[in-house]
Write a protein that binds this ligand. Structure first.
Ligand code: 5CA
Length: 451
């Protein structure tokens, strides 16, 4: 993409309404624009990152054997009346009536709708196990939408639902989700720690939230610092193996890590004092096992091998896709702007032309642009007639992890400058070597695809 043809409405001033750094940088980098409280338009740069995160979530869900689909945002209230949640959900649910006076709602979550689909089409244990998921906009009329996409009213969420014959099978589905979530967050450059939590309006008393540690997080968390040493890495996993998935769950959840909802002071005090941490975190996902709560209410039964009918065991599993942009920025920025991890960066590399209009500099930038594109990467070429300082400030703000700077002086010696946004370190290389290095860096990262 050439910056002169892109739509990147960066702001020079700090927007006064933004209280936390991720909100500030998302507005300043022209990623989002508020349309009403807690409701945002996703401008091209924000949309690009959103889609990269979404792609990673899809890839990891499908890798775990979960099946993508799409349900609508608007739902009829009937199913919610059947489950009993229409009254229970309270004012967070946006209720609408259509022209015929029928009660509708903008879905805050989809347990009822998916259970209805299941009961309409599945009747035998032979069709199990089954996990269906979608990534769709949700609406919760939060009393205090704030911090930009972090606590929106309209937000983008992956929600998956498992259907199993037995509790044991459903717990395997729970563990599969835990593993796939660890992988997903790590690909986004994040450490998200599974912590024992509370079921809230979804229900169930077996649930973990995934938290990214950050001072601006809305949840208070208590943990053994040893959990922060754990990484999933690129180890192989067989998602069908009950033992392997259970092993990962045990590895990642046996150390003390809880949100304030389930915090137990006595247990916490058993952690060696020097490892006890009280901090704040951003909840970027939650997995639930709630047994037959919805299948009983809605009559989702299957016939078992013994010919008997029984309610299926279910769980639901969410990832806050739009919230993740905020969480990643909170975890990765400096005073100049965002620092995108390679896995989700909107463009793989920036090209800054220090002397636009200089025949040699222009030609060198064009050939870098072509070589990177031919290698399957997406560069952002700042081809505007701007001062170098302004170009650097924009690149630093929007946070591309790598930048190639091209100027007449370097070209005389046959070199360009390759700079890491994270370390700030630069090296001089031939243009070919710079391309080669960037290609190698991304060969080691499974990056999500953008738009
Ligand atoms: N049905 C279950 C799991 S599919 C469910 O709705 N779980 S949830 O309530 O925990 O939401 C899943 C994730 O969505 C949360 O972990 C959080 O990351 C994200 N989320 C929830 N509310 C908001 C909000 N108001 N703004 C942005 N993200 C949100």
């Amino acid at each position: 993409m050439r910056l002169s043809r892109y739509f990147l409405p960066v702001l020079k001033e700090n927007p006064s309404e933004a209280q936390i750094v991720s909100h500030r940088y998302m507005l300043r980098a022209g990623m989002i624009k508020q349309s009403a409280a807690g409701i945002y338009s996703w401008l091209p740069l924000g949309f690009k990152v959103l889609k990269k995160i979404e792609t990673i979530v899809h890839e990891e869900q499908m890798r775990a054997g979960h099946i993508p689909m799409l349900m609508p945002t608007l739902q009829s209230a009937d199913l919610w009346k059947e489950s009993g949640r229409y009254d229970d959900y309270g004012q967070e649910m946006l209720r609408i009536s259509d022209r015929h006076g029928r009660d509708m709602l903008y879905g805050p979550t989809n347990e009822e709708l998916i259970t209805d689909i299941f009961r309409s089409h599945v009747g035998s244990y032979k069709d199990l196990p089954l996990t269906l998921y979608h990534i769709q906009w949700k609406f919760r009329d939060e009393i205090r939408p704030r911090f930009g996409v972090m606590r929106g009213r309209e937000f983008y969420m992956k929600d998956g639902y498992n259907f199993d014959l037995t509790k044991e099978d459903a717990l395997h589905a729970y563990n599969r989700h835990l593993v796939s979530y660890l992988r997903s967050y790590e690909r986004m450059g994040l450490q998200a720690i599974p912590m024992r939590a509370d079921g809230g309006p979804i229900g169930g008393d077996y649930t973990h939230e995934f938290l990214v540690l950050a001072d601006t997080g809305e949840s208070e968390v208590f943990y053994d610092s040893a959990v922060t040493d754990l990484t999933f890495g690129d180890r192989a996993i067989d998602y069908d193996s009950v033992e392997q998935c259970q092993g990962v769950l045990e590895e990642f959840t046996s150390k003390y890590a809880r949100t304030d909802e389930t915090h137990d002071e006595a247990l916490f005090n058993e952690v060696p004092e020097e490892r006890r941490r009280v901090a704040r975190g951003i909840e970027v996902g939650q997995i639930f096992y709630f047994g037959t709560k919805y299948s009983e209410a809605l009559g989702a039964n299957v016939q078992g091998p013994d010919g008997k009918q029984s309610s299926v065991h279910m769980g639901s599993h969410g990832i806050g896709v739009s919230r993740l942009l905020g969480a990643i920025i909170e975890a990765s920025h400096d005073d100049k702007g965002i620092i995108w991890p390679e896995g989700v960066t909107p463009f793989h590399c920036g090209i800054v032309n220090l002397k636009q209009g200089d025949a040699e500099a222009d030609a060198a930038c064009e050939s870098l642009y072509e070589a990177l594109t031919a290698a399957g990467l997406e560069p952002l070429y700042d081809d505007r007639k701007e001062r170098a300082g302004g170009k650097f400030a924009t690149m630093d703000l929007i946070g591309l992890p790598w930048r190639i700077t091209v100027g007449p002086r370097g070209l005389k010696n046959g070199v360009v400058e390759l700079t890491s946004r994270r370390s700030g370190e630069s090296e001089e290389l031939s243009p070919e070597a710079a391309v080669q290095k960037i290609v190698e860096i991304y060969a080691n990262h499974q990056t999500g695809r953008g738009f």
